[in-house]
Design a protein around this ligand. Sequence first.
Ligand code: ADP
Length: 623
Amino acid sequence: MRVRTRSIPLWAWAAAIALYLGAAAAAVEFAWDRAIDALAQVGAHRLDLYAASLKSELGRYEMMPAIVARQDSVRALLAAGSRASPDLLHEVDTYLEAVNNEAGSLAVDVIDLQGEVIAASNWNQSFSFVGTNVSYRPYFKDALAHGTGRFFGIGTNTGMPGLYYASAVRVAGKPVGATAVKLSVDALETAWRAPGEAAMVIDSNGVIVISTVPAWKFTAIRPITAQQQRVIQDSRQYAGRNVDALPYRRVGDWNDAAWLGRFPDWRRAGHTTQFLVMSRPAPQAGDSIMVLLDVASARRQQQVALAFVTGAFLIAGLYALYAAQRRRTIAVRLKAQDALRAANDRLEMTVAQRTAALVETNERMQQEIVERKRTEQRLRDTQQEVVHAGKLAVLGQMAAGLTHELNQPLVAIRTLCDNARTFFERNQPAQAVANLERVAKLVDSMAVLTGELKTFARKPDVERMAVSLNEAVAHARLIYEARIRDEGVQLDVNIPAGSTVWAESSQLQQVIVNLLGNALDAVHHEEKRIITIAAADPDARERVLFTLADTGPGIAPDVLAHLFEPFVTTKPRGQGLGLGLAITSRIVEGFGAKISAANLAGGGAQFTIEFAAATSQRVVHGR
Ligand code: ADP
């Protein structure tokens, strides 16, 4: 049996794939949005933190130049100019050294109107600022012009980057010089360093001055014009370095405060990485703080989301496959059950049909049996009727025969009696007695006739048993002994010793006597007078064929057809009644045997009796 199972159709696969792709894309985008939003929050937090730390770390130094500028010794030194005493210079130098040590700044120095450093906290160091001219430095110019100045720069002497705060020193309202404080940003850079992040401060030129990535320091975040480049070179702000642009690419905006850009990855040389970039103005005007946050975490979350969606789809897919398989298995099982049920139904139907056919046949057979029985009964009835009719016919024949046979003697007796009376009247008693004797003879012969009739009428159903054929034949022979001898008849008896037949002894003797008598009559006028009696069992003890043949003239053809009917005779009146063979056939039928007669080819007649054989054990010897 082939079960057609529906496999998952193509459109379902296509729909599942489309759904998966849609869900994956949505999940990835959602994860990205959420992660970047989270990252932006981190960035905003970082910016808050860095702005605060910038303000606290650097802002507290902002007023320091102004405080130093108000120091009497400083003002006196600047006011004295070249006339200042070495003591005063020393006093200022030591003051500056002490202040610098106290405040933790890199250097504190005093600059005269010409821009020359005349006193410095590092007055006694090898890289002392003293004698250096800083007139080109914008912080100095700004301090003289506006009272304060500040900038990020690289120290021309030390080569160390730092933040410079400057303040004008005024005596009687007129500027006599300036004071400057240089601060290290190393601590900030160290503090701001975080994995996967970069933090930087960009000055008004767009140049990175504080950076957690050392390589990016003093590179420009914005394109620098030739004019700006010149100004930068003039101010030696970055110690004469060429300010290169940081090679990054803006990828896209995220929101007002953040954008996405691809920057060189400081962790892997030669690689670029995408970062979320956020910036805000630093507490000090003109500067800005910028943080770069690696979007790797967002990518990871995207991967997680993708993996989640993929996993969910795989599980759903597996479940769908499992369900489909299960459905298919159930379908197969149901179909098998259906097929089984159908086969069962068919079988039951066939059985029912066959049973019905059988029942019908049975009923028909029963009916046939009943019909046969009825027919049989009818046949039997008919047979009985036929037998009855036959008997009536025989009775009719017999009555006719009897009337004929008895009438003649009766007429004769009547005449003889009339004559006897006449003889008595004439007194001739001798003749009368002679007549009466003739009457007595006639009555005797009539008695013989009625005696024969009694035998004929006798009931044929006698008790049958095994009777010896040889004994029956011997008895008949004894009766005709004198005739056989006197007439010179040759009697050949050829019966195997012990041959028995199913019969009644005295009746069997009568049958043989009748047949032998007829044969003797037949051969009476012949020259060759041979009578042959024989018996054979042609089929081994089933039947015994008894034959009695003579060399007589044979049975007349018109007699042969009615041979066994009563009153059929060819013999002269007084010699035969025609009852012998009729009685014989009746007796034989009573044995359950069959008698038949035929003329032999070589002349003569043969009578055959087909007996049922009897076993030797049941032989009853004839009386
Ligand atoms: P019946 O001897 O009184 O005539 P049966 O019935 O014995 O009566 O015989 C009937 C007739 O059958 C005989 O009259 C005779 O014509 C014929 N028949 C019987 N036996 C023989 C025989 N052996 N050969 C020739 N004819 C026979």
